[in-house]
Design a binder for this molecule. Structure first.
Ligand code: DCP
Ligand code: MG
Length: 655
């Protein structure tokens, strides 16, 4: 059996050659970089660290996935393959029939956004290598610094080693938001329903403006870029294509300050796609790339079509559709409906610390920002989720759903502090807050509070559910259409308006975005690949992993509670959300989680209020049942919330 480049070199005398992290991935402006030097420096400087250990865990996990997939491939008989080839050919024809060449999409992305904004305020930085961020973490680097291999999501101390002249500038999110708003005003002139994908990028449907003004898309794109420059003093790059997936790929081609147009012509698209490396596609991250390369020898998007029988044989229908669609150069073309905001979040990354006063300060800042954002959009929220990344890179979320919705920073802080208190003492490197379940009633009362019974948590025993391949959905669905565009902190993967979000390199489903994934490898705060490749049966089943274990190898007790039936229906309440609605799905999962915890708390409360005699009877019954079973580890409960680890051990009994 063939060995991948990476596996074969891992034991060589040049161990860094197999050390691929987000830091060693190339971004725009890094083409001429000495990749081996960067790899060696990153390897040497991170060796022995927790980050390194985590990378090794992920690497081991990926290798295991690859081995499993190889074994499955080896089991396929020629007759199986021709059977699946027929299925694939049919699906190719069906998907081809959906091709829509009538729209013209533009993806616009600001060049070295934070760095460019900082250079505007301090022109002496011009032409000198500089990075925005700190010694712990860099948010972005200008193109001068990129020549040395310095890039976003890289720790500053590694960047200094690569480029000793590097100048550091601290982040100033207010400034970036201000400039982002200016760019959005320009975008609105061309497409009032443009889709903001992050602070520095957006998708615009240019079909109407071209028709109305009888102007070519090349001209109008030049004009838009000039107008952005006039409004902000900043340059941007653009990609134009018949769909958003391709427009996103195109905007990176002539970065910085350039544009690339792909005509609305099938032959041109197929030529473009034929040599396009799969990794350029949003939604194909490191793990998927390696599986496709190492197991199926797939390197380009064209290879995806040629090997489509394997997808039909070994992957879920949604994954197979995704790969085939990419092979055909298909992507989102529809003008999405205006949807209301589902959640808002922000987070802060810092060097690992146990300092509780510091945590409190961070919570104060985050609560204030969240409150200000909600106020800006006239929203009140009911579900508050606290996100924590521990010193060992484990990501945990703790959520709580309130009886009535809140907005003030004081209220947010109060509840966030309760959630955090239950986790102390802890060493953290990231704290985030997310608010969801909004209602727009200004008084904060709920017009339709959702009341559910325990029955809602009984999961139908359905073995035949489909894989929710979170890696493969279209970023279009993670973007919100703004009639009044404002800051869009929704997309956790793309919208780093508050912080550096580390990429664990596992995948780019950024925004956890997919078909049109944005910020590919840069934004993957959760980093858990839900795309199960262990076997056909498992492949058919996807569960929401609330724990967001970044190693990608979460233990089974973490994987409970919510299954997307037939790929789109929530097993708990029947709500329908297609796989591409990643953010909404996460939010929906949070809702169930918080609701479940609330109910647990309520039953605990009812239990506490039972006469002592009855309680004793119940306790005896429980002890009897659980004899011989390992006792779940519970975190201290605080107030209305039950820590998630308690929830999972309970859930695995209940469901
Ligand atoms: N960002 C961040 N952390 C990351 C990646 C990005 O904080 N891991 C922030 C800083 C960037 C901004 O988001 O300036 C936009 O991200 P891009 O990926 O678009 O990167 P840049 O705009 O900096 O550079 P490019 O010219 O490659 O678009
Ligand atoms: Mg950018």
């Amino acid at each position: 059996m063939e060995k991948s480049e990476e596996t074969s070199s891992s034991s060589s005398s040049r161990p860094w050659e197999s050390y691929h992290t987000v830091y060693t991935n190339a971004k725009a402006g890094m083409d001429g970089v000495d990749k081996e030097k960067v790899q060696r420096v990153v390897y040497e400087m991170s060796k022995g660290s927790k980050y390194f250990e985590n990378e090794e865990r992920k690497e081991a996990y990926m290798k295991q996935k690859i081995e499993n997939m190889r074994a499955q491939r080896a089991n396929l008989k020629p007759a199986d393959l021709s059977h699946y080839q027929r299925i694939a050919d049919k699906r190719i024809a069906e998907l081809e029939a959906t091709r829509d060449l009538t729209r013209t999409w533009l993806h616009v992305d600001m060049d070295a956004f934070y760095a460019a904004v900082e250079t505007l305020s301090n022109p002496s930085l011009k032409g000198r290598p500089m990075a925005v961020g700190t010694m712990s973490m860099i948010s972005t680097a200008n193109y001068e610094a990129r020549k040395f291999g310095v890039r976003a999501a890289m720790p500053g101390f590694i960047a200094c080693k690569l480029c000793p002249e590097l100048i550091f500038v601290p982040t100033d999110f207010k400034k970036y938001t201000y400039y982002s708003d200016l760019t959005r005003k320009v975008f609105q002139e061309y497409d009032p329903n443009f889709m903001a994908a992050s602070l520095d990028e957006a998708y615009l449907d240019m079909t109407n403006v071209c028709k109305e003004r009888d102007i070519t898309v090349a001209e109008v794109t030049e004009e838009l870029r000039q107008n952005v420059y006039k409004a902000t003093g900043l340059t941007c790059s653009a990609g134009v294509a018949p769909n958003r997936l391709l427009a996103k790929v195109c905007s990176d081609i002539n970065k910085p300050n350039g544009q690339f147009l792909l005509p609305n012509d099938r032959a041109a698209i197929m030529t473009f796609i034929s040599s396009l490396p799969i990794r350029k596609i949003g939604g194909i991250g490191k793990v998927t790339e390696h599986i496709l390369k190492d197991v199926f020898e797939i390197k380009t998007c064209e290879d995806l079509l040629q090997k489509s029988s394997f997808f039909c044989a070994l992957f879920s229908p949604s994954s197979a559709d995704f790969f085939i669609s990419v092979g055909l150069g298909l992507g989102g073309t529809d003008a999405p409906q205006v949807r209301s905001r589902k959640s808002m979040s922000n987070e802060r990354t810092f060097s690992a610390t146990k300092d509780e006063t510091f945590f409190h300060q961070k919570l104060v800042e985050l609560s204030e920002m969240l409150s200000a954002d909600m106020e800006k959009e006239g929203l009140h929220g009911r579900t508050l989720t606290l996100k924590l990344k521990t010193a060992s890179f484990e990501v945990k979320t703790r959520a709580l759903t309130l009886q009535s919705s809140i907005r003030s920073s004081k209220d947010i802080l109060k509840h966030a502090s309760k959630l955090l208190k239950a986790e102390l003492p802890v060493s953290l490197r990231l704290i985030g807050l997310r608010m969801s379940h909004f209602n727009e009633d200004k008084d904060g009362t709920l017009s339709d509070p959702t009341q559910r019974t325990l029955l809602n948590y009984i999961k139908p025993g359905d073995d035949n559910t489909n894989l929710v391949d979170d890696e493969h959905s279209d970023v279009k669905d993670h973007c919100y259409t703004y009639t009044n565009p404002s800051r869009d902190p929704l997309s956790e993967l793309n919208d780093n308006n508050e912080q550096v979000v580390e990429d664990n390199g596992l995948e780019d489903h950024e925004c956890k975005d997919q078909l049109n994934a944005v910020k590919s490898s840069e934004f993957d705060p959760q980093g858990t690949e839900t795309h199960s490749l262990e076997g056909r049966n498992q492949d058919q089943l996807t569960m929401i992993d609330f724990s967001e274990n970044e190693t990608g190898s979460s233990s089974s007790h973490h994987k409970e509670a919510l299954i997307w039936l037939e790929d789109y229906k929530c097993s708990l309440c029947g709500v329908e959300l297609p796989p591409s609605f990643l953010e909404e799905r996460q939010e929906h999962a949070d809702f169930h989680l918080a609701e479940k915890m609330q109910m647990e708390e309520e039953s605990a409360h009812a239990y506490r209020n039972l006469p002592l005699k009855n309680r004793m009877r119940q306790k005896e019954a429980v002890v009897g049942q659980s004899k011989g079973r390992k006792r779940p580890k519970h975190s201290p409960s605080n107030g209305k919330h039950i820590p998630i680890d308690a929830f999972f051990s309970k859930a695995s009994h209940n469901l």
